[in-house]
Design a protein around this ligand. Structure first.
Ligand SMILES: NC(=O)C1=CN([C@@H]2O[C@H](COP(=O)(O)OP(=O)(O)OC[C@H]3O[C@@H](n4cnc5c(N)ncnc54)[C@H](OP(=O)(O)O)[C@@H]3O)[C@@H](O)[C@H]2O)C=CC1
Ligand SMILES: O=C(O)C(=O)Cc1ccc(O)cc1
Length: 428
């Protein structure tokens, strides 16, 4: 490895460990730490990897490493960089893995010595997904070409697709792709819990699009709350989009309740025209055989109808915000691709879309679910707008406890689903 240079990782949670394993497998010396109370267990866990040296704190990591990655909670980034930043080795390069870059760059600007270069990164996938072929954002904020090339060379062992952005572009795009996607799935989970449902036990929620909704919702709730809270609350563009999503849900639900079929049809078709190209149906990201394969419950003989308020509102929201989601495929996460996949599956099928409009107007059996979904979307939006980390955490963890017994199975199915979908969407 390049002249005995080494890499520092501050924060050995899920992402930090994944980086430590992959970088050391590629032959790099890694110096890593977490909070002091995890020292012994980390030393134990990495005992069989001589290339990973676990250190007691970030000062020790910072003073001996040539590229230091902060992989801590986004909400703690200022405090952690303030503590260890001044110990950074003279002339080293620093970056971060947090999901929202404005606070991370601000912390680097404020607390790092001026001789230190800044090159940040963001793997656009969770720790359980193979990084190969997934987007990896690289941000050259304050660095020479040589320093940037050094970082790019280190991270090339992940096999990811490199995407070069400024930190402002990164935050704008991830608000469009991640934050609003998470808001939709978080709201589904909240609504199911409010109605005391486990959707895989209800025939009308099994098969096709419903499988993706359930698996992704459970996948999100099985993760750590701070990941979603950080990227929603700390990113100002995200707040705006989550608010628009809640407004789209509310307005569409009111049109449904009032029974205004033509108004609903016109609005849905206007949104469809703005978001989907006319020939999109020829190249759908997802098809029936893929969608039906990953069920948590028994598939019913005949597919049951749903008005898919969550999906109608998503396209309405993109339309209102002038977002064309395909523009962001280069920066998409697996969950975003699945969300876009089921959205276009619905909107690019005239017959299904017409059935959804009729169901929305004529079928009363979804009203209770839609009411709870509307409350949930608005509640998530107000917690995010208030910037309330505690409020976000309380709600997230309550719902997490409710669904926890099904996490192992949902994670297994979700991983298979992601793998299959990634194969189907290669090159998109
Ligand atoms: N999980 C995901 O899917 C992805 C996450 N990210 C981002 O990566 C970052 C890390 O996420 P993830 O690994 O999932 O989260 P984790 O909570 O698993 O990891 C963060 C780790 O940092 C530790 N930490 C906090 N303060 C310090 C400190 N002062 N010194 C050393 N360690 C500290 C935490 O300890 P403690 O728990 O005790 O506070 C924790 O172990 C986040 O900013 C997240 O937004 C990016 C891409 C994907
Ligand atoms: O795919 C998703 O949206 C995830 O939920 C995983 C994830 C979470 C945080 C990130 O910064 C990147 C990826």
């Amino acid at each position: 490895m390049e002249d005995g240079k080494s890499i520092g990782i501050i924060g050995m949670g899920d992402m930090g460990k994944m980086y430590a394993r992959r970088l050391s497998d590629a032959g790099w010396k890694v110096n890593a730490c977490d909070l002091p109370d995890k020292l012994d267990s980390l030393v134990d866990e990495f005992r069989d990897r001589p290339k990973v040296e676990i250190m007691p704190n970030g000062h020790l990591v910072s003073r001996c490493s040539d590229y230091i990655i902060y992989s801590v909670e986004a909400k703690n980034i200022d405090c952690v960089v303030r503590t260890y930043g001044p110990s950074t080795k003279l002339g080293a390069i620093v970056g971060g893995q947090t999901s929202c870059k404005a606070p991370e760059i601000a912390a680097f600007e404020k607390h790092l010595p001026s001789d230190v270069s800044i090159v940040s990164c963001h793997s656009l996938h969770g720790p359980g997904v193979d990084p190969k072929g997934q987007p990896l954002v690289l941000i050259k904020y304050r660095a020479s070409d040589a320093a940037f090339n050094f970082v790019e060379n280190i991270l090339s062992c992940l096999g990811s697709k490199h995407v070069y952005l400024t930190h402002e572009q990164h935050d704008r795009i991830t608000a469009d792709t991640q934050a609003v996607t998470h808001a939709a799935f978080l709201s589904m989970g909240a609504a199911w819990m409010a109605n005391a449902q486990f959707p895989w036990e209800t025939p009308r929620y099994i098969g096709g699009i419903e499988n993706v909704k359930m698996n992704v919702t459970l996948r999100i709730y099985s993760n750590k709350w701070h990941v979603y809270a950080g990227l929603a609350i700390l990113n100002p563009s995200a707040q705006k989009q989550i608010k628009q999503y809640a407004e789209s849900v509310t307005e569409l639900f009111k049109v449904m309740l009032a029974g205004h079929r033509e108004e609903l049809r016109e609005r849905i078709h206007a949104a469809r025209k703005a978001v989907f190209r006319e020939d999109r149906a020829k190249e759908l990201l997802l098809r029936d055989e893929v969608l039906d394969r990953f069920s948590l419950g028994e598939l019913p003989e005949k597919r049951l109808k749903n008005n898919h308020l969550s999906l109608l509102a998503m396209v309405d929201c993109w339309w209102k915000l002038g977002i064309v989601p395909y523009d962001h495929m280069i920066c998409s996460t697996p969950l975003f691709r699945m969300w876009l996949g089921i959205t276009e599956y619905l909107f690019c099928n005239d017959e299904l879309l017409e059935e959804v409009i009729d169901t929305a107007i004529d079928d009363n059996t979804f009203r209770a679910d839609d009411l709870e979904f509307t409350f949930a979307a608005r509640d998530w939006s107000s917690r995010v707008s208030l910037g309330s980390f505690n409020g976000y955490r309380d709600k997230f963890e309550e719902i997490q406890r409710y669904f926890a017994p099904r996490f192992p199975e949902a994670t297994r199915l979700g991983n298979e689903m992601i793998k299959t979908i990634l194969e189907k969407t290669k090159g998109v």
